[in-house]
Design a protein around this ligand. Structure first.
Ligand SMILES: Cc1cc2nc3c(=O)[nH]c(=O)nc-3n(C[C@H](O)[C@H](O)[C@H](O)COP(=O)(O)O)c2cc1C
Ligand SMILES: [Mn+2]
Length: 477
């Protein structure tokens, strides 16, 4: 019954980006704001988003007219938690726990994509001298960004060893009509695929896919093995097989119902300075000599939408945080069966910090759980393991457990020189974009002989309404 209701709710949200927007405008009109007047892609669009954020407002925003482009920009798709929940068939009032459970359920039942002959993303084909990245309404986001960026394209590649498809989101700095810089962090499969081709002296073919239903982006961000095609997980998130069409310029397949496809290849030899760029930690990612992509074909819908992600803001952070919980949990539970749940709190930018709640049945387990979390997710730097009566959605409860239950000398461990994110502002050489970091695990569970904690018998049985009527509820309002 519940599964059928979810499927029904989800199919109402559409199969593609425009379908999702139509659904929101019809049922949740407050969730969409349109800007009809012309906006400057250099800081003006992001100033509007940033101002909305200051006011604690996270609607999806459509910039209908961006200076020097005919294509509208769809921004902030993932910035509000409830839109992520709705995208995978949950009620808008679902919380992170329900999201994590539903995401894990779908991830465990992948739906293979289906190749079809053609689709909407092929309505317009641009090749040769018609290829022009500068005609896209790419934005300049933050003050010191090196240029205009494509931030919400999931890039398709194929592993040269296995032939298995890979999809991940990597930023592109637009250099000119046909070239762009790409940042393949050491945390991404895309980096390994590029390196495998590099060893063989071969270019890496890519297709950058822009604009799809948010369930597809959530699926592409699944923290899965390099041997799993993210499109099979994206299908599970969407509740139906992703229809793929073959590209004509590269040996790759892309979703038929996306908005824009950029086809090209990464030159194995060429490097060019890319960035600074305002990144997810809330600091600028440093300039690095990054690979260069040559684009030689663009296909799109007749009146395409361009999707942007506001990196360093909830639009980007939520997407990346929610999609890694299931992989961390399953790895940690493999190591320690009595682990109950995991969370990557927004206070850790949904990337660096992980809380693990467990029923401690065996001494020593908390440290194994922390090691397993580090093995699962290279972004993690601090893992805190607590007893399962601690609500790990609340930072204050976890800090309380650290304050009360940790003997630093025996209950923590550190691993130096481990692989982390090259954007980590506390890496060994943040200005040089080093991905080498130190990881710290903390066992904040109660230890043997922990003093008994105070409690008042009968608290749960007190009926405040019977005692005070509604008056007690007024306090603190
Ligand atoms: C909006 C957004 C931008 C991102 N930009 C990058 C990026 O430029 N480089 C990168 O390596 N990862 C980036 N990521 C993170 C990767 O997409 C993520 O780690 C993904 O799981 C990588 O997939 P892969 O391991 O299959 O390559 C970004 C994520 C989001 C949500
Ligand atoms: Mn992958």
């Amino acid at each position: 019954m519940e599964a059928a209701a979810k499927a029904l709710r989800q199919s109402a949200t559409g199969k593609d980006l425009r379908g999702f927007i139509r659904y929101l405008e019809e049922h949740y009109p407050c969730d969409v704001l349109r800007v009809a007047r012309e906006v400057d892609p250099i800081f003006e669009a992001t100033a509007i988003l940033s101002r909305l954020e200051k006011e604690d407002k996270f609607p999806l925003v459509i910039f209908e007219k961006v200076k020097k482009s005919t294509i509208p920009v769809v921004a902030n798709t993932h910035a509000a938690f409830h839109r992520n929940a709705m995208a995978i068939g949950l009620e808008p009032d679902a919380g992170p726990r329900q999201f994590a459970a539903e995401y894990a359920r779908r991830e465990a039942a992948p739906i293979e994509p289906a190749v079809v002959r053609t689709g909407p993303c092929k309505e317009v084909v641009l090749k040769g001298s018609e290829v022009d990245l500068t005609a896209l309404p790419t934005l300049k986001y933050h003050e010191k960004d090196a240029g205009r960026y494509i931030t919400h394209a999931f890039t398709v590649m194929k592993d040269p060893e296995t032939g298995i498809r890979n999809a991940g989101i990597y930023r592109y700095q637009v250099f000119d009509k046909t070239t762009a810089g790409i940042q393949l962090s050491e945390t991404a499969h895309g980096h390994y695929i590029f390196k495998k081709n590099l060893k063989r002296g071969r270019p890496t073919e890519i297709a950058a896919v822009i604009g799809h239903h948010p369930a597809v982006s959530l699926g592409c961000l699944s923290f899965t093995s390099i041997d799993v095609d993210e499109f099979s997980i994206a299908g599970a998130m969407l509740g139906e097989p992703i229809e793929l069409v073959r590209c004509d310029g590269v040996d790759l397949e892309v979703p038929a119902n996306c908005e824009i496809v950029l086809e090209g290849y990464i030159d194995p030899k060429e490097r060019r300075p890319e960035a600074p760029f305002g990144e997810y930690p809330g600091t600028y990612g440093p300039q690095r000599n990054n690979p260069v992509v040559h684009f030689n074909r663009i296909t799109m819908r007749e009146n395409p939408l361009y999707q942007s992600s506001f990196v360093g803001h909830p639009d980007n952070l939520l997407m990346s945080g929610l999609t890694r919980l299931s992989a961390i949990l399953s790895t940690v539970r493999l190591a320690c069966p009595s682990v109950k749940e995991v969370y990557v709190p927004p206070s850790g930018r949904c990337r660096y910090v992980c809380y693990v709640a467990m029923e401690k049945l065996i001494e020593g387990d908390p440290k194994n759980a922390a090691m397993a979390a580090f093995a699962a997710d290279p972004f993690l730097k601090f893992v805190v393991v607590v007893d399962d009566d601690v609500d790990i959605l609340k930072d204050a409860e976890v800090i309380h457990a650290i304050a009360q239950r940790v003997r630093w000398y025996t209950d923590t461990f550190q691993v130096t020189h481990a692989r982390g994110s090259p954007l980590d502002p506390a890496s060994y050489d943040p200005a040089g974009g080093s991905h080498i970091v130190t990881k710290v695990g903390i066992d904040a569970t109660r230890k043997a002989n922990f003093p008994e904690e105070i409690r008042v018998p009968g608290t749960d049985k007190v009926d405040l309404d019977a005692l005070f009527g509604v008056r007690w509820r007024e306090w603190g309002r």
